[in-house]
Design a protein. Structure first.
Length: 180
């Protein structure tokens, strides 16, 4: 085989490998984008502003809970209480127990331990996978007056560094997928 012919064959093979690699990388990129789009649709709930704009009645309990959480973070406890009670009143099996735990925490901060205990017990009987551990930790905290045990999900109060640890479902609970 002539050296010029061998050089042309090597160039053709190299070009074929480059084209194959480009096609594979292109396919992987398309697959990654498609997977990301599907994951976003399946696992992410719309943000508060989007949920507020919807007229879907099934979103209302979650929206009320998100509002309650936002008001609580802003130390607007009366508005937070009203929003949590709206979420509880909706009777949604997914979001009402979460709102019960959050409202119980708010009420226990105010010294309304009796109603907080009732809400936590109700959240425990719901069987909700995220609300039950948080409610048990809150009930333990009400009984003992100690801080929550570390195996339960907690958030630090954002209002001031001097406030105690709040036993509430994390933001992931309000924005979690419908699988919970």
């Amino acid at each position: 085989m002539a050296p010029a012919q061998q050089m042309t064959d090597n160039s053709d093979r190299t070009l074929q490998w480059v084209l194959l690699a480009a096609a594979v990388l292109g396919a992987l990129a398309i697959l990654a984008v498609a997977s990301d789009v599907l994951a976003r649709r399946r696992w992410r709930q719309p943000p508060l502003e989007t949920a507020l704009a919807t007229s879907d009645p099934e979103e209302l309990p979650r929206v009320a809970g998100l509002l309650g959480e936002r008001f609580a973070q802003q130390d607007r406890t009366d508005a937070a209480e009203h929003a949590y009670r709206a979420a509880i009143g909706a009777g949604d099996e997914r979001w009402s127990p979460v709102a019960q735990v959050a409202l119980a925490d708010l009420l226990s901060d105010r010294g309304e331990r009796s109603e907080a205990k009732t809400l936590l017990e109700s959240a425990i009987t719901s069987g909700h996978p995220r609300a039950v551990p948080a409610a048990q930790a809150g009930l333990d905290q009400l009984r003992t007056g100690n801080s929550p045990t570390p195996e339960y999900e907690t958030l630090e109060a954002t209002a001031s560094a001097s406030r105690r640890t709040r036993v509430v479902p994390s933001r992931r609970v309000w924005s979690a997928s419908t699988s919970s």
